[in-house]
Design a protein around this ligand. Structure first.
Ligand code: NI
Length: 174
């Protein structure tokens, strides 16, 4: 049974920090990946980056498969992910974030990307992603660089979202 982490929310300054590469995927990193997956499923969410659980190493987890109750889980764990190719074609999709609860906005990103990373076993792997998975992996890699999806919005929209989260927190809804 994996422990659950606490997910931090805006405006926590850790979300603006750049995470550092891991030297290798060892038992400690695997334990972290397991706990991040458990935390993500519990939230529930489809992606989680280390910064969001107050860890500043370049580790992220995703699973876009569990759209319906009972769907089989197909987790993807990445260490040191790096986008090595992105399409010129653009995709616009509504995104949300566990660190910006209950807020959603359309974000424009390259429609497909190829990502190199170290997998759960510590082996070099590559993922070609499009659609939701492409948005998800780019969103999570952004987290490792201290970037949030609201950073792509106008300052007017961004501030509106930040104020709404602040209000939710005051009402102790979160
Ligand atoms: Ni996020």
């Amino acid at each position: 049974m994996s422990k659950n982490y606490t997910i931090i929310t805006v405006p926590d300054p850790l979300l603006k920090q750049v995470a550092q590469p891991v030297a290798r995927v060892d038992e400690a990193v695997r334990t972290q990946m397991d706990a991040m997956l458990a935390t993500m499923y519990n939230a529930p969410g489809i992606g989680l980056a280390a910064n969001q659980v107050s860890l500043l190493n370049r580790v992220l987890v995703m699973d876009i498969s569990r759209r319906e109750e009972g769907d089989e889980a197909t987790p993807i764990c990445m260490a040191n992910p790096e986008i090595v190719w992105e399409s010129e074609e653009i995709s616009v999709m509504e995104e949300g974030c566990l660190s910006i609860p209950r807020q959603y906005a359309e974000v424009e990103r390259p429609a497909s990307v190829r990502v190199k990373y170290l997998d759960y076993e510590g082996k070099e792997a590559e993922l070609k992603a499009e659609g939701l998975l492409s948005h998800c992996v780019q969103h999570e890699i952004d987290h490792l660089n201290g970037v949030l999806f609201i950073d792509y919005l106008s300052s007017l929209k961004r501030n509106m979202i930040l104020r709404r989260v602040e209000k939710l927190k005051k009402q102790a809804v979160l």
